[in-house]
Write a new protein. Structure first.
Length: 288
């Protein structure tokens, strides 16, 4: 099986998260996985050594991957396309950096070997989702055809923090996702969830979708909580000059159940916190 990470930019926390996610997979599959990291910061992955293949993606390639409509998240589908072309015989699992493996790797592999596509979890039928963005998106796509697929009230939005593409018909599924994405952009559909919906529709049409949630944790809503222990783990590794094998051993002491993997924060709470920071900024601040 091939794992794929796409990590760009100078935010060190994103690279910490990706590094930690890779370790959780290596703990169960060291020597058995082809792991590819597509990045513009290859220096952050030297510690992983031969366990990963680092593929440098430059700005020109990223701009090309954004396509004629300059949609950044199209690059996720293009990265899947490139990875599948490089190893067409392998099932492919794309992962956001803020993920970790906590379920059975053999069972996850079996899902993909059986020809089942995976995304992290279903969020519900687009026609029934409650947020303003999703309601607007449904109004824009209902009854229309994108990439040869007619959108119906039964089409489901799936979270794209994990995207598993079986080797069977992999090029067909990815090509369809790309066509749907481009058609959505061409018709100026609300962009925030375009690549996610394109992948969900294409994989469901070509291979049938199952949830990756039994195997993979995706802490997108609790990143601030997870960043501290992950940073501490990796900084301790650096200060103690641990080897990769020692890092994998140290993971046995990491308490994966101490933090929530998901939580809902009300918009009112966020607005109050922002207002509080504006009304009562820190006092007595000094700089060197």
């Amino acid at each position: 099986m091939q794992l794929l990470y796409l990590v760009f930019g100078t935010n060190i926390q994103n690279h910490f998260q990706a590094h930690f996610s890779i370790l959780t997979f290596l703990r169960q599959g060291l020597g058995e996985l082809k792991i590819t990291v597509m990045t513009d910061a290859p220096e952050f992955y030297r510690h992983l050594g031969a366990a990963v293949a680092v593929q440098v993606i430059d700005k020109d390639t990223l701009r090309e991957w954004e396509g004629e409509f300059k949609f950044f998240w199209r690059v996720k589908i293009k990265a899947l396309e490139l990875a599948a072309r490089q190893a067409p015989e392998l099932p492919l699992l794309y992962l956001d950096s803020d993920t970790l493996l906590y379920g059975s790797l053999p069972a996850l592999r079996q899902e993909l070997a059986a020809g089942h596509a995976l995304m992290h979890e279903p969020e519900g039928r687009l026609s029934a989702l409650p947020s303003k963005t999703e309601r607007r998106m449904w109004q824009q796509v209902q009854g229309q055809t994108f990439g040869s697929v007619a959108i119906t009230p039964q089409h489901v939005m799936w979270n794209a923090g994990a995207v598993g593409v079986p080797a069977q018909r992999n090029h067909e599924a990815i090509a369809l996702a790309l066509r749907i994405c481009d058609d959505l952009c061409r018709r100026q559909v609300t962009p925030r969830l375009i690549e996610q919906f394109a992948l969900a529709v294409a994989l469901a049409e070509v291979q049938g979708l199952h949830s990756a949630k039994p195997y993979i944790g995706h802490y997108w809503s609790t990143k601030e909580l997870w960043n501290e222990p992950i940073s501490r783990f990796l900084l301790t590794s650096h200060l103690q000059n641990r080897t990769l094998a020692q890092d994998l051993e140290a993971l046995d002491s990491f308490d994966f159940q101490a933090l929530p993997i998901k939580q809902r924060v009300r918009n009112t709470q966020s607005r109050l916190e922002n207002l509080t920071r504006r009304l009562w900024p820190p006092q007595g601040v000094e700089f060197l």
